[in-house]
Design a protein around this ligand. Structure first.
Ligand code: ZN
Length: 395
C-alpha cells in the first residue's frame, strides 16, 4: 500500500521519520477504513509499539478516534479489538487534476468522498499561471456546489502532467513550456489560502488504482497513463517511487528509434511521439469522414473496426516492448493501463503479448496486465486521496 509523501519533504531527522510514519498510518486508515492497532501494524509494516505510540499521539491530537469494536480474531475467544478510525472534522478537501487538455476539480468531504466535480477543457501547456487561476475559480465553484465553506477547506492535492523536482517543488522540464520554473503548489496556495500538495499525474493515478481500483492488494505496480502524453507511475515495495529528482517513470520518453520525430522533451524518437492519443487519432483520421474523438475510437475498437484495431494494437505492441524491459528491471506483479486509451481491449491485449514476447518468461508470467478501473478519474481520485492524507496528518 503506497503512502503519499509530499514532494518537498526532506528526510533525515527523527521528526521527519515520525511524520512519515504518521502519514503511513493515515494512508492505511483512508484506504481500508477503521481497523485495529494490530491490523494497522500488519498492513503498514510498522512495529506494534510504533503504531501504538502514533495512534495515542493522534488520539490526543484529535486526528483519530476509537470506535465500535471489531470482530474477535478468527477462532479466538479473547475480547474483540477496539478499532481506530479517522476523526472527521467539518470541512473538506479538494483534488485538482491538470492534464494537457483539461482541468478537473473535485470537492470532497474530510474522508475523501467526492461531493462535487467540475471539468473544463483547455490547453494548459503554455499557460501555467492562468491555468492555476482557472483552477482556483473552479475550486471555489466546486466547494459551493458541495455546500462546503471555503473557510473549511483543509487543503488541496493537485497533479500536473510533468515531473515535479523533489527539492524545489518546481516543474523543471520543458514538457510543459508555460510552467517551467513554476512552483504550482505555492502558486495555488496563494490563490486558495490553503495548503497544497502536488505530484505528477501518473503517480497519483497509480496511487488511486492501488487504493480504489484494479491494483488493490498489489505492492509492485506499474501504472501507465495513455493520454495526450504517455507517463507511468511506479509503486515499488508499496511506495510511490519518484526517483532522486522526481523524474522516475518517464515511459513516454523511452527511445524507440534514432530518427523519429522531435519530441517536446527535446529528444527525438521518444515513445510518446509514436503512441500519444493525438498521434493515434491523426493516423486514423484519414480513413474516416466524421471527426474522430477518443470515445469514438474506443467504440470502434469494441465494434472490431479493422483499422482502429490495427493502429491500437501496433501502439500496444510498441508500449509493451518498452514495458517488457521495465518488467525485467522491476519485476512488478501488475501493469495497469489507464488514461482515456486504457479501456481499449486492442491496446491491453497487445501490451500483454509484447510483455510475453520480450520480457524474460518467469517475469512475464509473474505480471498481470489489465485496464484501469477508474478510467480518466484515476488522477483526480489520487489527488483527493493525497489531500485527505495531508490534511489528516497535519503536514
Ligand atoms: Zn521525449
Amino acid at each position: 500500500m503506497p503512502t503519499p509523501s509530499p514532494t518537498r519533504a526532506r528526510g533525515g531527522s527523527l521528526e521527519d521519520l515520525r511524520r512519515a510514519n504518521r502519514r503511513l498510518v493515515v494512508a492505511h486508515l483512508v484506504a481500508d477504513g477503521p481497523q485495529s492497532r494490530a491490523q494497522l501494524s500488519r498492513s503498514s509494516g510498522l512495529s506494534a509499539t510504533t503504531v501504538s505510540s502514533l495512534v495515542n499521539e493522534m488520539l490526543e491530537g484529535g486526528q483519530v478516534r476509537e470506535t465500535a469494536q471489531g470482530r474477535p480474531h478468527k477462532g479466538g475467544s479473547g475480547r474483540p479489538p477496539v478499532l481506530v478510525e479517522l476523526a472527521t472534522p467539518p470541512g473538506g478537501v479538494v483534488g485538482v487534476d491538470i492534464g494537457h487538455g483539461h482541468v478537473r476539480v473535485a470537492a470532497a468531504g474530510p474522508t475523501g468522498e467526492v461531493l462535487a466535480e467540475r471539468v473544463r477543457r483547455l490547453d494548459v501547456d503554455m499557460a501555467g499561471l492562468s491555468t492555476l487561476d482557472v483552477a482556483a475559480t473552479m475550486i471555489r465553484t466546486a466547494l459551493a456546489d458541495a455546500g462546503l465553506a471555503a473557510s473549511g477547506l483543509h487543503g488541496a492535492g493537485m497533479c500536473v502532467p510533468a515531473p515535479i523536482d523533489r527539492e524545489t517543488g518546481t516543474v523543471s522540464t520543458g514538457i510543459l513550456p508555460g510552467w517551467r520554473g513554476l512552483d504550482p503548489a505555492r502558486e495555488l496556495e496563494e490563490r486558495i489560502q490553503a495548503p497544497v500538495i502536488v505530484d505528477n499525474d501518473a503517480n497519483l493515478g497509480a496511487l488511486a488504482e492501488v487504493r480504489h481500483g484494479a491494483a488493490r492488494g498489489h505492492h509492485d505496480v506499474v501504472y501507465v497513463k495513455l493520454a495526450s502524453g504517455v507517463g507511468s507511475g511506479l509503486i515499488l515495495g508499496g511506495r510511490v517511487h519518484r526517483g532522486a529528482t522526481g523524474m522516475a517513470g518517464e515511459l513516454g520518453h523511452v527511445q524507440i528509434g534514432e530518427d523519429g520525430d522531435v519530441c517536446r522533451c527535446g529528444n527525438r524518437g521518444c515513445l510518446e511521439t509514436r503512441v500519444s492519443a493525438r498521434r493515434l487519432l491523426a493516423s486514423l483520421q484519414p480513413a474516416h469522414d466524421e471527426e474522430l474523438t477518443l470515445p469514438l475510437v474506443l467504440e470502434l475498437d469494441e465494434a472490431r473496426d479493422a483499422g482502429v484495431r490495427r493502429v491500437l494494437s501496433d501502439a500496444g505492441t510498441t508500449i509493451g516492448r518498452a514495458l517488457a524491459d521495465l518488467c525485467n528491471h522491476l519485476n512488478p506483479s501488475i501493469i495497469v493501463i489507464g488514461g482515456p486509451l486504457g479501456g481499449a481491449a486492442s491496446v491491453v491485449d497487445a501490451v500483454r503479448h509484447a510483455v510475453d514476447r520480450y520480457a524474460q518468461p518467469a517475469t512475464a508470467e509473474a505480471v498481470e496486465v489489465t485496464s484501469g478501473e477508474l478510467g480518466e478519474r484515476a488522477e483526480i481520485m489520487g489527488a483527493v486521496t493525497m489531500a485527505v492524507a495531508m490534511a489528516t496528518a497535519g503536514d
